[in-house]
Every structure is written in C-alpha cells, then in structure tokens.
Design a protein around this ligand. Structure first.
Ligand code: DGY
Length: 329
C-alpha cells in the first residue's frame, strides 16, 4: 500500500516586532511566519498566546518574558532574541519550560561602540545644547566664550565591562582619540587584550571612578549590575566627568543621576538606554547637560540586517537538531 505523506509542516515562527524587510523575507522562506504588521509592542497576554502557538518566538528587548509569562508553558521550544541583551527574558524560567534562548552577539559590537563614542563626543562638546540653541533660533553668532566644552583627546576613559562592545569602544577611544583606557571587569581580561589597548584593569569600581574623565558602561544587566551607578558611585566621580550608557538602563539609578547632574556632582551624561523604556526620568529631559538618544545603539541598516540573519542561523540550527550557535541558557 502506498501511503501518501503530505508536505511536512514548517515550524511556526512568530515575530514580535517588524524586522528589516529582507530578513522577514528570508525567514518566511524557511518557516511559517506570523509577522507583527503594525509593530506594536506585545502585551503579556499576547506573549502568552504566542508561546502557546509558536514553535519559535522571535522576540526582542520590548518583550517582557518574565517567569510569570513563561510559567504557563506552551508550544514554543526556542526564543530566538533579536538583540544581544537578554535581560528581558527570565533564562532560568525558560530552561524550566524546556525553551532554548538565543541572542545575536558580535554583529552589533562595532555599531554600538560608534554610538558610545558619539554620545561621549556630544556630551564633552555640548553638541546637543548647541543643536537645540540653533534650532530654537537663539544662536547669535560666534564668540570666544560660547558653548565651551571639554576636549576628549588624551583624557582617561573608564570602561565598565570589557567585553566585545567595551573593547570596540576602547579601541576607538585609544587609537582614534589618544585616550588612556582603564577598565573594571568582573573576570581578568586577557593580557593581550589589555596590551592592544594599552589598558589597565583595576580591581574595583570604587578604584576606577575617581580616576576617569569619561565612564562608559558596557556590562550586562543582571542582579549584580543593578544600580551599579548610584548616588554613592556618582559621588566618587570627578565633577568634570561624563557618564555614557549604551548598555542597559537598569545599571544606572536614573533619579540619582538626575540629581547628580543638577548638583554638579558630575559634568554630563550621554544616554541611549533607560530604566523604564520608553519612559525617561523627567528631570533628565529638562537638564541641559544630558544627551538623550532613544535606544539606537545597533541602529544601522547593515547591523539590523545582520542581527536578523543571526536569529535565522540560530533557528535553522535548532530546527535541524543542532545546538544553536548563540545559546544563552
Ligand atoms: C541589544 O542588542 O541588546 C540592543 O540593545 C537591542 O536590544
């Protein structure tokens, strides 16, 4: 007897936000795909439903995949995150449910480092203030005392978390801007890496803070890094120092930062990430010595496409029965 076997169903991948069109198309070639055509952030209920329907959930930073959301379980076997940070996913709850979690490292390091340097330069040179003044029609012309900033060349940059993005930022700062690099990292940084950046690793954050002109955060968001930069650590920084954050908002106590900037405890801050995105502490938005960007560190066409393709690589490996290259849990 001949048994007719129909086409084997492709796994269903639910994508929680819009992706670059070329990557959505590539995904649709390999999987049954459900796209979020109006690009709204999914609610907890929508995420729970997606977990009951999808074989793969293609999530991103705006999806709060807490233990509570994951606890209902469902059909999903892999959460393939579009982004390197996975602090919005409870990794152990996912493991308990037998869900693999992957991310997209490497492909966004250079781009995010570019943005960290952009924030550093903008904060040092008061570029946001200058632009606001000009657009408001308040610029009355060149004068020697106008919008005086601080130079970057030869200054000391402290890096918290000398991983891929921290290294890419330090490379730009040292080789491009002649900056001296100090770093604080939880594990010892390989000597060859330090040598390549003429960098020095210090033993504690407390030791780092008073020595730097700029402090750039590149550590992952977790319980250990929550509010690492609080009122106490800000008070240890130089009054001329600038804080740059392209990591995650939770690393900085935003209320304490706003107060420190108001009181002149530090000179300025350049931020791309916030504690409760898309909300920003209201005082930060009224201060002149802040540069505020809307979480756009990886936001170039090439990088966003590479991130999507990296998600696709993880999904293909997983559904072929192989370990996905970027497994996080
Ligand atoms: C990342 O990749 O972690 C970006 O911040 C977006 O989530």
């Amino acid at each position: 007897m001949t048994v007719f076997v129909g086409p084997v169903a492709k796994p269903l991948a639910i994508v929680t936000r819009r992706w670059p069109a070329a990557v959505e198309a590539r995904l649709a070639d390999a999987f049954d795909v459900r796209l979020n055509t109006d690009d709204h952030p999914l609610s907890a209920d929508e995420l729970r439903t997606a977990l009951t329907e999808a074989d793969a959930l293609c999530a991103t930073v705006t999806d709060d995949l807490s233990a509570e959301v994951l606890s209902a379980g469902g059909r999903t076997r892999i959460i393939a995150n579009f982004g390197v940070g996975v602090n919005h996913i409870d990794l152990s709850a996912a493991r308990v449910q037998g869900i693999a979690v992957t991310n997209t490292p490497d492909v966004l390091s250079e781009c995010t480092a570019d943005l960290a340097m952009a924030l550093l330069l903008m904060s040092a040179r008061r570029a946001g203030e200058g632009e606001r003044e000009l657009r408001a029609g308040q610029w009355i012309g060149w004068r020697p005392t106008h919008l005086i900033g601080t130079c970057v060349w030869g200054k000391t940059l402290g890096i918290v978390g000398l991983g891929r993005i921290g290294i890419a930022t330090a490379r730009r700062a040292h080789h491009g801007f002649g900056m001296r690099i100090l770093c604080f990292n939880r594990s010892p940084v390989p000597k060859a890496v330090l040598r390549g950046l003429a960098a020095e690793q210090v033993d504690s954050l407390d030791e780092l803070l008073p020595q730097v002109d700029f402090l750039s955060l590149h550590c992952p968001a977790n319980a250990a890094s929550h509010h690492l930069i609080d009122a106490r650590s800000l008070a240890r920084m130089r009054p001329t120092a600038h804080l740059i954050n392209t990591a995650r908002g939770s690393v900085v106590d935003e209320a304490a930062l706003a107060e420190a900037l108001k009181q002149g405890v530090i000179a300025g801050a350049g931020l791309d990430v916030y504690e409760a995105e898309p909300r920003v502490h209201p005082d930060l938005t009224t201060l002149n010595n802040t540069v505020l960007l809307p979480h756009m560190g990886s936001g170039t066409a090439a990088t966003r496409e590479a991130m999507g393709l990296r998600v696709l690589d993880n999904l293909k490996a997983f559904f072929a029965g192989n370990p996905p290259p970027d497994l996080c849990n």
